[in-house]
Structure formats: C-alpha cells, structure tokens
Design a protein around this ligand. Structure first.
Ligand code: FE2
Length: 397
C-alpha cells in the first residue's frame, strides 16, 4: 500500500494565485510596422507571428520578447472587429495585462464569483504539442485581465525558452534586427509595474475591485498633498498581487490650477480609463538608458535644476536609514537625465519615455531598484514639473 502524504489529495490552490505575467497585449493600427518600432527602439526580439501567412485570418499578432517580457502586438484585419472600433476611439495602446495561472477557467470563475465581470469566456486552442486556455475579465475602462493556462510545449517555461507562444504562431528567423539586438542588448528584464488611469473619484472603487476580485492588497499610499504641484495633481494607490509578482498603481486626476496629466490622458483616450504606463525593470539603468537613447528613444526631459538638489535629498534619506550611498556615477546619471529617489529600504533609478504613439497616452518607464520597493514618490514633483513643460509644448495645459 502506498503511503501518500495525508494532504496529497486535499491540497487546495488558490485559483487566483498568479504564476507570471503571461504577456501584455497591445491593440495597434499596424502590427507589422509597430513590431519594428519596438524592436528598433527598445531592443525587443521580433520572435513570432500569427497572421494570414500562418492561417490567422481575423487578426495579425506579433510576439515581441526581451528577458521575461512578452508583448503581443495585435491588429484587426476586419473593419467590423470590435478591436477596430477600439483603435478608432483610443489609438494604439494596451488592451490586456494577462497572467499565467494554473487553471485559467478556475481563475476566471473565481474572479466572477468575487464580483468580476467576464470579458470573454474560457477558450482552448490545442494541437498535438499542447494547449493554451484563456479567459478574460473586465478591468478599468478598456483594459482586461486574461488568465492563461498552458500545457505541453506551450507551458510558460517552454515559451520562455523559445517554444511557440500558442498554436498558430510561427517563429521569425533571419531578421537582421534580431541579431543586432542580441549583440546590443537594452537590458530590460520584466514588467515591474503597470499603471492605470481611471476617472476622477473612481480610484478607491478600483482599489476595492483589485482587492475583492483579484485578491490583491494595498501596497503603498500617496495622498494628494504628496504628489501635486501648483499646476497638476493626481491621486494614486498601489495594488500588489498576493506574491508581489506585479504591482498595479491606480491614478485618478485631482484638482489643480491647470489640467492634470491624468485628465489629459483621458481626454485623448475617449474619456475612457486605460493603462498609462508600463515600467520595465533593468538591473543597470545607466547601460539601458544609454543604449535606448542611442537607439532614438525619446525620454522625458528633466530640468537641469533637478540635479542641483537631488543628491542632498537622496543622500540624506540613505544616511538617515544607515543605507549605502548611490553607487552609480553622479555625473553620468545627470548626463543621461535619469531620476533618482530613495526611501527607508534603498534607492531607485527611473526614467520615463515620451508617449509611444502620436496621442499623449501610453508611455514606458525604465526602472532599476537598489533596495527601494517604492515608485519614486520624491520624484513626483520634479517629474510633474517636467511633464507640464511637455504638456505645455503640445498646447494642452
Ligand atoms: Fe511607474
């Protein structure tokens, strides 16, 4: 008789326990061209495609990879596809932040039992190599969260090693740009956090939603006074998944003398909430930012005056908490226009790109953490002053 541990058949796993950020899906007007933009500017590998040439007749999809980041760039091929209507309203942007789970259908059922609304029902694509099951729930505005479970050759660990993303994709070989990117890495490793902009007065509703539906918990709290300037203001709360796999700050516009950046986003996004920025983690901010700048990434311009005060502020915080000083070269940080902030656990280096499309909506952040687990609160004032300069140049202030 076998001697199984007593609890072997009783083990219950939380269906909403997240294994990984499976992928981030963008709706774009022209995936074929967008793939080259993200590959050239941010060093992504244009890894796989599912389009007419591989039998996908409704949408073209490109898988871009770097480190543990997987982006799907997706374009509808039919004018009646709901994605075409979204593109008309919002332009290019993030549609889906998808999570790998043990059982996508169970996760979806649990999220709905928790009060979530279905975005789409579970569906499975399979072939002789394995299967991929996805199911989605509606998040704020246009955004959805898909749950993804994978078997066989499509298991997430296999995908990370280069296996096909799901049935219907084919690998793109012999792209000179992929070879170039392998030889000139940008050093982006994974999605550190994903920020959503919601309507004024709705932040707490969405904070509650992440708690109730997704089982997330509040991570940090910034109040209005912390992060307002005399011209712009926002409120932000950070929600974190149970295992801290990903943090999802939620912003809402707040009263200011002039228009909030969150309000500007909403006005160019058909007054609909959505993903404002994705923060991509690097372990060497100076190398990453230098390489990205060399490739032509347009970063937010930081006023020179920022560097006149930053070291006093950061060093005081680090010394007060008995932490080691910033090890990166100060002059090089200023030369590259990188922002620095510190808290009771360490410091971080961060920098924000300009909008990635013509509408002032989605942008990226490059973030490098040296102990700090926060989001650059001390930089909010400097950041917002810099953002306002750009907003003013677009005539939207
Ligand atoms: Fe951020």
């Amino acid at each position: 008789m076998s001697t199984l541990p007593l609890n072997a058949t009783e083990t219950t796993t939380d269906p909403l326990s997240l294994i990984d950020v499976d992928h981030v899906r963008f709706f774009v007007g022209n995936a074929k061209q967008a793939a080259f933009f993200y590959a050239m500017t941010f060093g992504f590998r244009i890894h796989q495609v599912a389009d007419l040439t591989s039998g996908s007749r409704d949408r073209a999809r490109y898988l871009l990879t770097q480190g543990n980041i997987r982006f799907i760039l997706e374009t509808p091929l039919d004018k009646n596809d709901p994605a075409a209507e979204e593109l008309r309203c919002f332009g290019d942007g993030v549609k889906d932040v998808a999570f790998t789970v043990e059982d996508a259908e169970a996760a979806w059922k649990q999220a709905i039992a928790n009060g979530g609304q279905s975005a789409y029902e579970p569906m499975t694509i399979s072939d002789e190599h394995g299967s991929v099951t996805t199911a989605g729930i509606k998040a704020y505005g246009r955004a959805v969260h898909s749950f993804v479970s994978r078997t066989g050759a499509y298991a997430i660990d296999r995908v990370k090693q280069g296996s096909l993303f799901e049935p219907g994709y084919r690998t793109l070989d012999h792209l000179a740009l992929n070879d170039y990117n392998a030889a000139n890495p940008c050093g982006l490793m994974f999605v550190d956090h994903c920020v959503g902009n919601v309507d004024e007065g709705k932040m707490n509703e969405w904070v509650q939603w992440y708690e109730d539906v997704m089982g997330f918990a509040m991570f940090k709290h910034f109040d209005d006074a912390d992060i307002s300037t005399e011209h712009s203001a926002l409120m932000s709360k950070v929600m974190a998944s149970g295992n801290n796999l990903i943090k999802m700050p939620i912003n809402e516009p707040a009263e200011g003398l002039k228009k909030s950046q969150i309000q500007e986003y909403l006005e160019w996004h058909d007054m609909t909430p959505g993903v404002q920025h994705l923060a991509l983690r690097s372990n060497d901010a100076l190398q990453s930012v230098a390489e990205l700048r060399r490739r032509g990434v347009d970063f937010l311009r930081i006023p020179d005056a920022y560097y006149e005060t930053v070291w006093d502020r950061v060093e005081k915080t680090l010394t007060d908490h008995g932490l080691e000083a910033v090890k990166e070269d100060y002059d090089r940080i200023a030369e590259l226009g990188i922002l620095v902030d510190a808290d009771d656990e360490g410091y971080l280096l961060q920098l924000f790109t300009m909008p990635l499309q013509d509408r002032p909506t989605l942008f990226f952040e490059i973030i490098c953490r040296r102990g700090s687990q926060s989001f650059g609160k001390g930089n909010f004032k400097a950041l917002f002053e810099a953002l306002e300069l750009e907003q003013d140049r677009r005539g939207n202030l």
